[in-house]
Design a protein around this ligand. Structure first.
Ligand SMILES: Cc1ncc(COP(=O)(O)O)c(C=O)c1O
Length: 416
């Protein structure tokens, strides 16, 4: 018999294996100062491209004021209890109505957190007779929801409609026997590559196959579509999305999430989502703060316009300077370089210490071996000067990488 702690100590996992060297710098870094494009890291001001504060709402004065007033009036505990038991309020209802009318879905249910909300919604919607068909690059919360599922699940190649059709055909055969249904799950905007889920093409497949479509639009809400109502609006297929999910953690710069759907589905979710029934409801400042954020997201068109000015300047500039930014059609901006994990850490260190640029770094297994992804999240509060500074720094980094200046041997030689 083994002690489970033995395994925990010896197998720290794909990220934990770097903990001893990385903690506090590459992982769990501390950014301080007001949230925005310039924040203090390791004692120095850095140009920051790593926050999903797409519209710059995180410390918008009106948002800060609404948060502070709500906290002063209600504290952080109010209301106590799960919503079903004792934790409901008019504010919770108002936020749901405001969200529903904005995304043009008949009803909305608020969720305490996005991650657990997605898991729990999937869990509530399917039983062992049903089949889930999902995109291979789906976010961890979708994968975890699928893991809970007692019935069959089929994964299709990322954004590949042919592969999806093959899986739908398999799923179709199964549900003919089981008497269940099919739930297709994908994302509006994939948070690593910045590609959009092919929502319109997927929704169109409903003419051929009988299924329901669940879309996680965490990165699309507030950034995509004419009004900012998300990737369904962008692709003109909101009606084809049966379950529309987004979180408040990105454009809304808060905590919480929501699902929009038909009244009968929302009613079912209210009474069957275990993450909501057995957990305390969202505190009042989060709800009142979200009402304010949504009002600004809806009415201050300049926020999304600024965001896209920065996105376009950054992405066009990077492409013009010979960078591979993959297939993004959204604000998420990956910069793909070839190199080892050791080189990735050296580049990140160089960027932070010498160029004072802070961005996320993504390595294997999230990207293939030999690929380094520097991931930039432009926001409405960045400036064109920030973009220029970044492109200059990245060009220098790339020159050094191509010149082999990030090889461990080179570093040792220069130190010797
Ligand atoms: C695609 C996607 N879904 C769900 C979540 C989880 O949302 P939350 O942070 O509200 O738990 C995230 C990350 O925030 C995400 O990127």
């Amino acid at each position: 018999m083994n002690d489970i702690f033995e395994k925990v100590v010896n197998k720290m996992g794909p990220l934990g294996m770097y903990a001893d060297d990385a903690h506090g710098y590459y992982t769990f870094p501390k950014l301080s100062g007001p949230i925005g494009p310039r924040m203090v890291f390791n004692g120095k001001s850095n140009l920051n491209w790593s926050l999903n504060n797409y519209l710059g709402l995180a410390n918008h004065p009106e948002v800060m004021q609404a948060d502070a007033e709500a906290a002063a009036q209600f504290g952080m505990a109010y209301p106590m209890g799960a919503r079903m038991m004792s934790g409901n309020s008019d504010y919770h209802d108002t936020l749901e109505r405001d969200l529903a009318s904005f995304i043009k879905k008949p009803e909305v249910i608020l969720l305490n957190y996005g991650y657990q909300g997605v898991i729990s919604a999937i869990d509530a919607l399917v039983d062992r007779h049903d089949v889930i068909v999902y995109d291979a690059e789906a976010h961890a919360c979708i994968i975890d929801g699928v893991r809970l599922h007692m019935g069959k699940r089929f994964v299709y190649t990322h954004n590949n409609i042919e592969s999806l059709e093959q899986q739908l055909q398999r799923a179709n055969k199964l549900v003919q026997q089981s008497g269940g249904g099919i739930l297709v799950i994908t994302e509006g905007v994939f948070g690593m590559s910045g590609s959009q889920g092919k929502l319109k093409e997927i929704a169109d497949l409903k003419k051929k196959y009988n299924f329901r479509l669940f879309v996680d639009d965490a990165h699309g809400f507030g950034t995509m579509g004419e009004t900012g109502a998300g990737t369904g609006e962008e692709q003109g297929c909101m009606d084809g999305i049966d379950i529309y999910f987004s979180t408040f953690a990105k454009s809304m710069a808060g905590i919480g999430a929501f699902i929009g759907s038909d009244p009968q589905i929302v009613k079912f979710l209210r009474y069957n989502m275990r993450s909501q029934i057995y957990a305390k409801s969202l505190p009042m400042p989060m709800v009142i703060g979200a009402i304010k954020r949504l009002e600004l997201l809806r009415t201050r068109k300049e926020l999304k316009a600024n965001l896209w000015n920065i996105v376009n300047a950054l992405q066009n500039g990077l492409r013009e300077h010979g960078f591979n930014i993959g297939v993004t059609t959204t604000p998420v901006t990956p910069v793909l370089l070839n190199g080892t994990v050791a080189q990735a850490t050296q580049i990140t260190h160089d960027l932070r210490e010498n160029f004072h640029i802070f961005c996320s770094i993504v390595i294997y297994p999230v990207v293939p071996k030999g690929v380094i992804m520097l991931r930039l999240i432009p926001t409405a509060v960045h400036t064109l000067a920030d973009v220029d500074e970044t492109i200059k720094a990245f060009s220098e980094i790339k020159r050094k990488l191509d010149n082999n200046e990030y090889s461990p041997e080179f570093i040792q030689q220069t130190l010797a």
